[in-house]
Each structure stands twice: as C-alpha cells, then as structure tokens.
Design a protein around this ligand. Structure first.
Ligand SMILES: NC(=O)c1ccc[n+]([C@@H]2O[C@H](COP(=O)([O-])OP(=O)(O)OC[C@H]3O[C@@H](n4cnc5c(N)ncnc54)[C@H](O)[C@@H]3O)[C@@H](O)[C@H]2O)c1
Length: 335
C-alpha cells in the first residue's frame, strides 16, 4: 500500500513507519521537525532507500491549493485520477502534533492550529485520495478524570481555559471533525485514544516523565517529581501501541478506541523503579505540581480487547530496560 504518515520524525511515527516499511509498504512522511528527531528520518531513509520519501512541511500550511502550487508537495501528496489513481494513498496515519506538555505549551496557538487547521487539511487530503485515515487522539480528551479507569464512553473533565487546553481541546475538536467527515463526507475515520507511551527514540529533552527520569538518572542527577508524586499513570511500550494502531486502522471500528497499558503506578513509584534500575544512590527532588495535571490516568481497554483482540504484551521491566539501553547507546554515540 501507499501510506502517508504525518509527524513522521516523531517518536511513535518512527516505530510505526519502520513496521510498515519492513512489510514492503511505501510511505511518505511529513514533519515540520518541531519536536521530531532528524536521525529518525535519516535512519529510515538509509534502511529503506526507495520505499520512504520525506517532506519537511508544517501540516497547517498543507491546504489543497498550497499543495497544488508546490511542485514537490504536489508530486508526493496530490491525489491522481484515472490510470494514475493507483498511486494514491490508501491509508493516512495522522500523528503530527507535539505530545510533550512543555513543547506544546511553548506556542499554544500553533498547537491548537495543528489539531484543528492541520487536521482539517489531512482530512481533506484523505478524502481526495479516498484513503482511510487514523487520527492520534489522546487520553487527554478525558482531562482530569472523575471516572477511573476511563472507558471511551466517559466524556471527560477538561478545563477549556487552562495551560493544557490547547492540546486537550484541540484533540477533542480533531475527533469532532473526524466524526463530521465520516457522517457527512463518507470518509473512513479511525480514532485512537493513546495513553502514555514510552520507548527507544523518545527525545531525551522533550520533558516527558520517563524520558526525564532516565535522562536524569543516567546523568547522575536527582530525579524530579512534581507534587507529592501520588498522581498515577500507566505506561504502554511503543511496540504494543504500534500493533494496536495498525489493528485499529485495518478494523471496521468507527468508534474511538483506547490504547494503553492496564498497569498503573504512581509517579513516585516510577521514579523509585528507575532509581533502583539505574543507580540506587540517586535521590528524588520534589517540584510544584503543574496546573491541571491529571491525578489519575488508566484506560479501560475492554473495547480494544473485544474489537481488535489487542492487549499489551511487553512488561514495564522489559520495556524500560530497552529504553534505558537505547538512551545509553545514544549517549555513547554522542561521546
Ligand atoms: N507518546 C504518547 O504518550 C502519546 C500519548 C497520547 C497521544 N499521543 C499522540 O500521538 C502522536 C505522536 O506522539 P509522539 O509521542 O510521537 O510525539 P512527538 O512529539 O515525538 O511526535 C510528533 C511529531 O509531529 C511533528 N509535528 C508537530 N506539529 C506539526 C505540524 N504542525 N506539522 C508537521 N509536523 C508536526 C513533530 O515535529 C514531531 O516529529 C501525537 O499526535 C500525540 O498527540 C502520543
């Protein structure tokens, strides 16, 4: 198949694209590099020479007329008709959007634009290609949840005017738009509500909790825990997530589906585990809790299990072990 992946230089997209290319699919990636890593693109290009093309662009700029006016974009992204229609995309995985709070909060309007305007462009593109589109939504649509664990039927407790709302409300609008495109334009839309995911190739400086802990521990620094560390999260290994995304894409399921781990830890427990695994002499430093930080977070994954036959397979010990090993390799490469 010919497949478009947005946010191609990002953490999840790297693993997704790698799995698609390994099976012989042809992938076009788009990314503006705001939170992606250059080496993800160069590594994919060198391992899969003729199967992978990359466009450096902001999806907010990829309106249909702008694509048509730019020869490079048009040759890779424009829908063809008649005989050339075989070259059209059959699938669009729409992952573009920074996932890390410090990054998406730097330019909140841009984040909101990415979720709304950028997503609108990607729905239009998918419609022109008659492609099925999967959108990377998030557990953040549940906000600071009053129902625990969160099933897809829970409608959330989101602050419309907080520091996380550009992302949370942006993703909610992206879901709404997907519903409208499906209802009124006949587009095939799949909605993944992704919960905290981790693994190799997360950017060590993106400020997400596990990357912070591992980077700090490997540098011999104290681990920083926000608040008293009693807020909970569940952590899904990226290989499990990618399997879930691909199963969802190829399923008939049009309702949103939670993808995440069932195993819930307090942030303090996670910090203590990382200390234990990397260097038991390290200490933990407490910082003020950021505003609107959710107190609990764990998916109800019954729908994924029932409709996709999906559940996580990789244990936290195994997954974090792989992530620590890859962070050590990266440090050694940098010298
Ligand atoms: N990783 C998680 O725990 C998690 C949880 C919930 C949802 N998600 C969603 O999954 C997707 C991928 O997350 P990730 O962890 O790989 O994040 P990431 O930040 O590593 O990747 C996102 C990629 O999108 C690119 N991007 C951002 N805005 C763009 C724009 N306007 N135009 C083009 N490219 C743009 C970034 O440069 C980056 O390469 C995101 O949509 C995120 O919201 C991830």
């Amino acid at each position: 198949m010919r497949i478009l992946v947005t946010g191609a230089a990002g953490f999840v997209a790297y693993h997704l694209i790698h799995s698609l290319l390994k099976e012989g699919h042809v992938v076009v990636g788009v990314d503006n590099m705001m939170s992606g890593q250059e080496r993800n693109i160069t590594d994919l290009k060198s391992e899969f020479k003729n199967q992978f093309s990359f466009i450096r662009a902001d999806i907010n700029e990829l309106a249909p007329a702008a694509i048509a006016a730019n020869p490079e974009w048009a040759s890779l992204l424009s829908a063809q008709t008649n005989a050339a229609a075989a070259k059209n995309f059959e699938r669009v995985y729409h992952l573009a959007c920074p996932a890390s709070p410090p990054i998406y909060q730097k330019d909140m309007l841009h984040t909101l634009d990415t979720c709304y305007i950028g997503s609108r462009h990607m729905y239009e593109l998918a419609a022109a290609h008659k492609a099925r589109i999967l959108i990377a939504s998030t557990s953040e649509v549940y906000g600071d949840p009053e129902v625990h664990p969160q099933p897809e039927s829970y409608r959330g407790n989101v602050n419309t005017v907080g520091i996380r709302s550009c992302y949370d409300e942006g993703k909610r609008a992206m879901e709404t738009m997907g519903f409208i495109y499906a209802e009124q334009r006949g587009l095939e839309v799949r909605t993944a509500r992704i919960f905290n995911t981790y693994g190799p190739r997360m950017s060590p400086i993106d400020g997400r909790v596990l990357t912070n802990f591992i980077s700090q521990a490997l540098a011999g620094e104290a681990l920083t825990v926000f608040g008293d560390g009693q807020q909970t999260r569940s952590f899904c290994y990226v290989e499990d997530l990618v399997r879930g995304l691909r199963l969802l894409m190829e399923s008939k399921t049009t309702d949103p589906v939670n993808l995440g781990s069932q195993f819930e830890f307090t942030i303090l427990e996670m910090a203590e585990k990382v200390v234990h695994w990397i260097n038991p002499k390290l200490t933990i430093k407490y910082l003020p809790l950021p505003k609107d930080d959710p107190k609990v977070r764990r998916p109800n994954t019954s729908r994924a299990k029932e409709l996709l036959g999906w559940e996580t397979k990789v244990s936290l010990e195994e997954g974090v072990g792989k992530m620590i090993a890859s962070f050590k390799d990266d440090l050694a490469r940098k010298g």
